[in-house]
Design a protein around this ligand. Sequence first.
Ligand SMILES: [Zn+2]
Length: 71
Amino acid sequence: MRSAPRVRDTPARTVVGLLIIDAENRRARYDCHRLDCPQLREGPVFGAAIPEWATTVAAEHFARYHQGDRP
Ligand SMILES: [Zn+2]
């Protein structure tokens, strides 16, 4: 059996931030790693607010603080 070609797992963009979700304590925060960032940390948010926040925080952070760039 031939193995299918694998899609290479190369990131399409540079990692410039880190989303940290603490499932045990049910809190989350976002750390921005850009040197020119005026707001290096977003959050924390807690509990039920986490899932929705986590899907939008990076985009919203970039829209707010790094206009013209993308997360
Ligand atoms: Zn930032």
